[in-house]
Design a protein around this ligand. Structure first.
Ligand SMILES: CC(C)=CC(=O)SCCNC(=O)CCNC(=O)[C@H](O)C(C)(C)COP(=O)(O)OP(=O)(O)OC[C@H]1O[C@@H](n2cnc3c(N)ncnc32)[C@H](O)[C@@H]1OP(=O)(O)O
Length: 257
């Protein structure tokens, strides 16, 4: 597959997608979103891949949905085409996805980062939902995911003022898992992704599924769901191997089965 707006690489057990529209600060047009989905489809199907990393450039993870592509749309086109259904697919992937964010992650860029499972940010990262400055509101899940990540007060502040927050504020608020110096971003993210990809894939998929379930169901229901998945792992080779390896003081050799 020839990609025009992203770079796709495999590094060991990690699939790496780099947004590559530098002239528009990685503004997310239809083609770019379609290409991300094609790349993710491939990594999801590939049994050798245990973790995916999504990143941009040092200046911009992504400066939002492509405003120039959107500006002439009518209400019926916007509503009936449901363009953001393609974006939603990114957040519905089963394998863990880490967002490596440097520079601007604004509007759809912030929403794209939040569709990933966690964000590691460079110290120059800037996050925001500035759609209100364009006479609209976030449309790819920003009001919902941001509120769950940082709480109502800060989500209201960001979405109503349209201001940007820096990496330190984003980490304090809980949007970002950790901050690293810009020069170390990809090294640190790949270390994390390699560590995840070395785990048993069924366990990693179930961690993702259960943590995400916490946003959808009551505590009691979530705990019951977790217990069922926990129990099901005792039917796997990797549970026997993981626990035997601990007892025998050696590294486990997982088979993803
Ligand atoms: C998902 C939904 C529902 C909505 C959205 O995401 S709406 C978009 C939200 N994002 C924004 O409003 C941010 C827009 N961009 C900016 O405010 C600035 O570009 C900046 C603060 C991120 C960076 O400013 P800077 O002065 O460093 O760079 P520019 O000269 O402004 O940009 C360079 C180049 O990129 C084009 N660009 C930037 N962002 C977008 C975008 N979101 N859509 C389309 N194009 C974008 C910008 O026009 C310029 O291109 P030209 O040199 O051809 O003018």
């Amino acid at each position: 597959m020839a990609y025009e707006t992203i770079l796709v690489e495999t590094k060991g057990k990690v699939g790496l997608v780099t947004l590559n529209r530098p002239q528009a600060l990685n503004a997310l047009n239809g083609q770019l979103i379609a290409e991300i989905n094609t790349a993710l489809d491939g990594f999801e199907r590939d049994p050798a891949i245990g973790c995916i990393v999504l990143t941009g450039s040092e200046k911009a993870f992504a400066a939002g949905a492509d405003i120039k592509e959107m500006q002439d749309r009518t209400y019926p086109e916007t509503y009936l085409d449901d363009k953001f259904a393609d974006w939603d697919r990114i957040g519905q992937r089963r394998k863990p996805i880490v967002a490596a964010v440097a520079g601007f992650a604004l509007g759809g860029g912030c929403e794209l980062a939040m569709m990933c499972d966690f964000i590691i940010a460079a110290d120059n990262a800037k996050f925001g939902q500035p759609e209100i400055n364009l006479g609209v509101i976030p449309g790819a899940g920003g009001t919902q995911r941001l509120t769950r990540a940082v709480g109502k007060s800060k989500a209201m502040d960001l979405c109503l003022t349209g201001r940007m927050m820096d990496a330190a504020e984003a980490e304090r608020a809980g949007l970002v898992a950790r901050i690293v110096p810009l020069a170390d971003l990809m090294t640190e993210v790949m270390k994390a992704a390699d560590a995840i990809a070395a785990k048993s894939l069924p366990s990693a998929l179930m961690v993702k599924e259960t943590v995400n379930r916490a946003f959808e169901v009551t505590l009691a229901e979530g705990v019951r769901f977790e217990r069922r998945l926990f129990s099901s792992l005792f039917a796997t080779h990797d549970q026997k191997e993981g626990m035997a390896a601990f007892a025998e003081k050696r590294k486990p050799a997982f088979k993803n089965s």
